[in-house]
Design a protein around this ligand. Structure first.
Ligand code: BGC
Length: 406
């Protein structure tokens, strides 16, 4: 019996147990996560239905699974930190029902596996860390959310691709082995934003290699793949889809324009340090550029256009976002592979009205083209949820999940 069928049996057994008596008896332990929580728990409030329509041209498993991703949110700044909590965010069980009840269908869970695996072959993943991931995934599934687990911030791989390629593949071998039996609402995203020395030339063959290794273990979960150059559209257009892979979704990220979405963020260069950049352009008030912005040619040129161009011609316009989404949709049509906007968001340093306008525009332009998405992120600096207040940031939440289920 495959572990897939074991899981089915466990789920059926758990359903019988749950249906038959009020107190759930623990299901027998098989595999990593054998609890009754696989059964979708009905939520008290009716969930708004997503309006992301299935990709019309592709009648495939991958297209259906992409459409099912619908509206999602990233649980960022937690498990992809050096250790969970180090960046101020710990994933709480209570987040999942909250997220589901708010109308999201999917959580993307960024994970820094590389900080929890041995440095030497066979690169064993820390079993305690695995158990933590098991728990997070189980909680997501218990709230009837799709869960995309990824490999995030493998910085050593980006710096030394040749040295880390075997370890990268070996870690995926373990992840695939552990989660092969999970429901198909689990998705494996192989690598977040390849960049630095992991160029397109090196990434394409490594992607093919990791896909073939995962596929030897697991031929049924949907894989999420991406291009180099930070997972943007340029990289996607240069990505070579691994031969024979038919159950994959291609993901791209967009924070365009970075000068607006990442203004003053600590992890970007000083040329992005000018505050007060509103969206859309041109700005109503004069903006004082920081020195590094004035001195960086492309940034200075961007501001010139941002200050002077009206309407669709402005680089901070809805038309610019629409053009980008058109490119993503065109790639999907050419390749016959669904696309997913796996990250987009505007940081807290931007004014809230501009953030709401930009977030609304991004969501609408994606959904108009049947592109499912996941907002970056839930409860930290881009947060749609205010953890201190224990409440949704209503304007942002409304930008993502419009009231009335439009
Ligand atoms: C990075 C985060 C960052 C976000 C926005 C993500 O891919 O992993 O660290 O906050 O993009 O820049």
């Amino acid at each position: 019996m495959t572990s897939h069928s074991v899981w089915l049996l466990v789920a059926v057994a758990a359903a019988i147990v749950l249906g038959g008596c009020a107190a759930a008896t623990p299901a027998p332990t098989v595999g990593p996560k054998p609890t009754a929580t696989w059964i979708p728990i009905p939520t008290a409030t009716p969930r708004p239905t997503a309006t992301v329509t299935p990709t019309p041209v592709h009648d495939s498993v991958a297209a259906a699974r992409a459409a099912r991703l619908g509206r999602g949110v990233n649980l960022g700044n937690a498990l992809e930190g050096p250790s969970e909590g180090e960046w101020g965010m710990v994933i709480e069980d209570a987040f999942f029902p909250l997220i589901a009840e708010a109308g999201f269908q999917t959580v993307r869970v960024p994970i820094r596996w590389s900080a929890h695996a041995a440095a030497a072959a066979p690169y064993t993943v820390d079993p305690v860390f695995f158990e933590r991931i098991d728990h997070v995934m189980t909680q997501a599934l218990a709230s009837d959310l799709n869960v995309v687990i990824n490999m995030h911030h493998y910085d050593e791989l980006f710096a030394s691709p040749d040295e880390h390629a075997d370890r990268f593949v070996a870690i995926w071998e373990q992840i695939a082995g552990r989660y092969e039996g999970m429901p198909d609402t689990v998705y494996f995203e192989l690598l977040n934003e390849p960049h630095d020395r992991l160029t397109t030339e090196l990434w394409n063959p490594l992607l093919a290699r990791v896909v073939s290794v995962v596929r030897e273990i697991d031929d049924h979960h949907t894989l999420v793949i991406t291009g180099a150059d930070w997972g943007g559209l340029d990289g996607l257009e240069r990505m070579v889809v691994p031969e024979g892979e038919t159950n994959a979704i291609a993901t791209f990220h967009s924070y365009d324009p970075m000068i607006f979405t990442h203004q003053g963020a600590s992890w970007v260069g000083p040329e992005i340090g000018t505050l007060g950049v509103t969206w859309p352009g041109p700005p109503e008030h004069e903006i004082e550029l920081v020195g590094a912005a004035r001195e960086t040619e492309w940034v200075a040129a961007w501001f010139l256009r941002y200050r002077s161009l009206q309407g669709d011609a402005n680089p901070a316009s809805r038309a610019a976002l629409a053009t980008m989404m058109d490119r993503a949709a065109a790639w999907r049509e050419r390749k016959g592979i669904p696309v997913w906007l796996g990250e987009f968001g505007a940081y807290e340093t931007a004014d809230i009205d501009s953030r709401v306008r930009w977030t609304t525009a991004m969501r609408e332009e994606a959904e108009d083209r049947g592109i499912p998405w996941a907002y970056w992120e839930f409860g930290a600096g881009f947060g749609v949820y205010d953890r201190e207040a224990g409440a949704w940031r209503e304007e942002l939440q409304g930008a993502l999940i419009p009231p009335g289920g439009e």
